[in-house]
Design a binder for this molecule. Structure first.
Ligand code: URA
Length: 435
């Protein structure tokens, strides 16, 4: 079949900082998906986009082309009088200790809003929601579209693996970006995330865009640009989209891993849990309820157990036993505070890498993960610590992993022994809505 464009011309155009036309973008995404553009050619184009960027029109066309590569879901059958009020979704750009989806989805569903959370597995130092939930005995991530719709209509919340039908162009391209150093490009991240969310067909979306060492975006300015790009793409496609910029310079909560993050999420659903996890869960839930026209305080359903009831139903609907004991790592190693004072800094990236090296994460997508592995924190920045008392506990089934995990934690924290501990960083750094 003769092709409409020569891919080398498209690569050269972006290499030489020209804008790509709508037709070129539509063609190249489609041709790559059907194998008419080779991986090495798309790698070159990806790097040219990484280096020279794309304007808003190009990003919007690229996103549309990725949506057009696959199916679109339609949740309208479960919405209406006597059914669910609306659909609302949350997406986080990924961080360390980020277990927020687990308490958030059932919390929002407790108010009659349907929450489809099509989630992924972890790669590198950021954990994956499905890996965490898979530590619950019996729980299955794979759910057919029909079953997903039925759980959404009854329970109201479903957290499952995204099927292969949504934005297949993105699946192929994301795997390529991962091995060609082109993940951290705003046009490519924004189009990747938003193509999947728009194809999913949610009524509203709240984005949790992370800033700091444990996030893709290390500084607030780039995180803000990424957030605004995604909010505008969502708005243009008819999805009510807002974004919170949130701190990822230190891990969220006191656990980083799989089973131990489920345990902490259950504490939050029981009305307890670390203050930062509760604050972010409630803030994101408020955005989702507001976008769905529900004027209620989400903190109430955490306090009175309604969110916990939905969580238990949601786990059971996918074969899991919410009452079963969670796996526990066979070995542990305690790191003690080297001095008495105030913990001033605890670096998210270092803790994320340690947890990954302990076996909680994977290097290749086919690797298994250890359910019990991870890092339990005994103090957060701002807390007082005492020399010789536990600062962190490292957990794994394979103790030969301790040395490499300890290496990643060298220099990861500071303890101030004087009163000059400095101001604590806010968790929520900003909110963005359509421009
Ligand atoms: N998550 C995605 O889905 N895509 C990206 O490009 C980055 C994070």
């Amino acid at each position: 079949m003769s092709e409409r464009f020569d891919v080398v011309d498209v690569i050269r155009a972006k290499r030489d900082r020209h804008e790509l036309s709508d037709e070129q973008i539509g063609w190249v995404v489609d041709a790559y998906t059907r194998g008419a553009v080779a991986d090495e050619q798309m790698s070159a184009l990806g790097m040219a986009i990484f280096l020279n960027g794309m304007d808003r029109r190009e990003i919007s066309q690229w996103t549309q082309a990725m949506i057009a590569s696959g199916e679109r879901l339609d949740f309208s059958p479960i919405i209406g009088p006597g059914r669910k009020i609306a659909t609302a979704d949350k997406h986080s750009t990924g961080g360390v200790g980020d277990k927020i989806t687990l308490p958030l989805a059932p919390l929002v569903a407790a108010y009659g809003v349907a929450v489809p959370q099509l989630s992924g597995r972890g790669l590198g130092h950021t954990g994956g929601t499905l890996d965490k939930l898979e530590s619950i005995p019996g729980w299955q991530a794979a759910v057919s579209n029909d079953r997903m719709m039925s759980i959404l209509g009854s329970v109201g919340a479903v957290i499952c693996a995204a099927g292969t039908g949504l934005a297949p162009a993105d699946k192929k391209l994301y795997a390529l970006r991962d091995v060609t150093g082109t993940v951290e490009a705003i046009p490519l991240i924004a189009s990747s995330i938003m193509s999947k969310k728009i194809a999913e067909g949610t009524d509203s979306l709240v984005l949790d865009v992370k800033v700091g060492s444990g996030a893709f975006m290390k500084d607030e300015e780039s995180a803000r640009e990424l957030a605004q790009t995604m909010v505008d793409l969502g708005g243009a496609a008819g999805v009510k989209t807002t974004a919170l910029l949130t701190d990822m310079s230190t891990p969220l909560g006191l656990t980083v891993g799989n089973a131990i993050e489920v345990e902490e999420s259950v504490e939050v659903l029981a009305g307890g849990g670390p203050a930062d996890v509760v604050e972010l869960t409630v803030a994101l839930a408020r955005e989702m309820l507001q976008a769905s026209g529900v004027d209620e305080d989400p903190a109430e359903a955490l306090a009175d157990g309604r969110a916990m009831d939905v969580y238990r139903e949601m786990i059971r609907a996918q074969g899991g036993d919410p009452e079963a004991a969670l796996p526990v790592a066979r070995e542990s190693h305690v790191i003690v505070a080297p001095a008495t004072g105030t913990l001033r800094r605890l670096d998210a990236l270092s803790v994320g890498v340690a947890s990954w090296r302990l076996g909680a994460g994977r290097s290749r997508k086919e690797d298994p993960v250890q359910a019990g592995a991870g890092v339990r924190l005994h103090a957060k920045p701002g807390d007082r610590v005492k020399e010789g008392e536990p600062l962190m506990t490292l957990l794994t089934d394979t103790p030969e992993r301790f040395d490499r995990a300890l290496e990643s934690l060298a220099g990861a924290y500071d303890i101030a022994t004087t009163d000059s501990a400095g101001a604590e960083r806010a968790l929520i750094l900003g909110r963005l809505s359509a421009e």
